[in-house]
Design a binder for this molecule. Structure first.
Ligand SMILES: Cc1cc2nc3c(=O)[nH]c(=O)nc-3n(C[C@H](O)[C@H](O)[C@H](O)COP(=O)(O)OP(=O)(O)OC[C@H]3O[C@@H](n4cnc5c(N)ncnc54)[C@H](O)[C@@H]3O)c2cc1C
Length: 495
């Protein structure tokens, strides 16, 4: 294990100051605590030092310096991740990309933009808007989360039901490989021959290298947008409307649902004016050519009514729509008003199993006495149960963790996944063996080793048992792992 104090004052720190300038290398332990966690605060580690490069060349030089010194490094965008992916390595360097936040180019003819990794998701749409274009992936954190972080997590968002996740909208990546080489994956056209390394990089959670530029597709702004809010007396009735809308052949831009607890929280936080006393609120957004939207609007209204909606509202005015969306987009943070602590869970189930899994969650909540608020991307079966607990009450955090794990078990049982869009990070590595065999996991790590044979790039994340590059596939059976002995990577020693 590298000597962290030595790193702060030693040769590597001096080298990084030469590369990025003294003001952009942080060594003070107190200042370093700013970066000790991401949006999931239950996993924390203070890095040995943090560096804030301003160009791709600086990132490459920083990574080369780390590789030469055998020191682990972790990329960080805006730190809004919810699975601990950007948690620093305690003996490593945190490479913070927030100074690289420009939208470098918008090409309205080719409908694409070239963006630095630290640019916020929303800033891309803001730069494209004057040309009648927008950047479709829209995580609810879009005001702050970075495009580089979105690529690393293959992030989704409310409108990904129709428009697709981040990977669908990225056609080229400039990356720094774990050995410090600056290269391109994808040529910006979305075509190309050979292995789809750009696809492999998307969603790789910072374990295959560092993104330094992103070429994204821009989508023409729709002619018409209509948002429908339908309130129900039960989640099941709302779920029925979701199934019937999709079965009718309609693919809305978004279908989101919130339960009573999350409605209560959002109402208190942003006064979104959702119908009082509703047990479930369904938001359905339609976009596209005006004639199509108007025909679908009538049909969706009818379906929502047939499923038992107690109230339906429709809005096409942008300000009115934004007001309704504010409730949904603020839901995660708003739940903080109901509980001093909570776990934001992320799992997926087939859409047809939504009702059963929500009933299971309600049962788990009743049996454990742990409240669960549900906010979810209903259209693609992506659940976000918010498991509420009071960390001042002995044992409650543990029970919340158990409920949270049992929810993921239910997702797997119904043919779903332990993550829909927040990634595995450090938090869910322990659940991965429930979905994959040891052989599957070993095979996946062959890809990781091909990019990062020295295991220095975001080590300890995603995989429950880090596979040592150069080792034949199989389980580790204790003993000192070569990477650990070299003071580099081993998830077990970090967390
Ligand atoms: C309130 C709230 C709402 C959210 N809503 C959504 C949502 O609707 N949909 C959704 O998908 N997610 C959502 N998230 C999760 C989070 O915002 C996304 O995962 C986002 O993409 C993370 O971006 P970031 O810049 O904050 O990345 P970070 O948290 O800084 O990092 C995330 C991961 O990406 C890696 N990384 C960061 N930058 C780079 C880079 N340049 N190159 C290589 N690896 C890199 C890090 O090492 C880490 O593994 C939400 C989070 C919050 C707090």
């Amino acid at each position: 294990m590298a000597d962290t104090a030595g790193l702060r004052t030693g040769t590597l720190a001096a080298l990084l100051r030469d590369i990025c300038g003294p003001a952009h290398v942080i060594t003070e332990p107190l200042e370093l605590r700013t970066y000790e966690c991401d949006g999931l605060t239950s996993h924390r580690a203070v890095p040995a030092l943090a560096v804030l490069p301003s160009t791709a060349e600086e990132v490459a030089a920083v990574v080369r310096a780390c590789a030469d010194a055998g020191v682990p490094f972790v990329a960080r965008g805006s730190g809004t991740g919810l699975s601990g992916g950007a948690v620093p390595h305690p003996s490593g360097v945190l490479i913070v990309l927030t100074r690289m936040r420009r939208v470098l180019e918008v090409d309205p003819v080719a409908r694409r933009a070239v963006v630095e990794p630290g640019a916020t998701n929303l800033s891309v749409t803001q730069a494209a808007a004057p040309f009648g274009l927008f950047y479709a992936p829209d995580p609810s954190s879009q005001v702050v989360c970075s495009v580089g972080g979105n690529v690393a997590e293959n992030s989704g968002g409310a409108h990904c039901l129709k428009h697709g996740f981040t990977v669908t909208h990225v056609t080229g990546l400039e990356v720094v490989t774990p050995s410090g080489e600056l290269t391109w994956l994808g040529d910006g056209t979305g075509a190309g021959a050979g292995y789809d390394l750009l696809g492999a990089f998307s969603g790789s959670e910072g374990t295959l290298g560092i993104v330094t530029k992103v070429i994204v597709k821009l989508t023409p702004a729709p002619e018409a947008v209509h948002l429908i809010l339908a309130a129900y007396d039960s989640l099941e009735a709302g779920g029925r409307a979701v199934t019937d809308i999709i079965a009718a052949g309609i693919v809305p831009a978004a279908i989101e649902m919130m339960d009573a607890l999350s409605i209560e929280a959002a109402e208190a936080a942003v006064h979104c004016g959702y119908p009082a006393g509703a047990t479930a609120v369904l938001l359905v957004e339609l976009d596209g050519p005006a004639a199509e939207v108007s025909a679908e609007l009538a049909l969706v209204r009818e379906i929502c009514e047939r499923a038992g909606a107690r109230e339906i509202r429709a809005a096409d005015d942008p300000a009115e729509r934004a007001g309704i969306w504010a409730g949904r987009k603020s839901a995660f943070a708003a739940v903080g008003r109901l509980s001093p602590a909570y776990i934001v869970q992320d799992g997926v189930v087939p859409r047809t199993a939504l009702g059963d899994v929500l009933a299971r969650i309600a049962k788990l909540s009743a049996e454990s006495g742990i409240r669960v608020a549900n906010v979810f991307h209903a259209g693609d079966g992506n659940l976000h149960p918010l498991v509420l607990y009071n960390d001042a009450v002995p044992g409650e955090a543990q029970r919340a963790e158990e409920v949270s794990g049992a929810i993921l078990d239910a997702c797997i049982e119904y043919g779903g996944s332990i993550t829909g869009e927040h990634g595995v990070g450090v938090d869910k590595a322990r659940y991965l063996p429930k979905m994959f065999t040891a052989d599957d996991l070993d095979t996946m790590q062959l890809l990781r080793c091909a990019f990062d044979p020295a295991s220095l790039c975001n080590p300890g994340k995603v995989f429950p048992t880090p596979r040592l590059c150069g080792e034949v596939p199989g389980h580790h059976r204790g003993g000192v792992q070569p990477a650990g002995a070299a003071g580099t990577a081993s998830g077990a020693e970090i967390f």
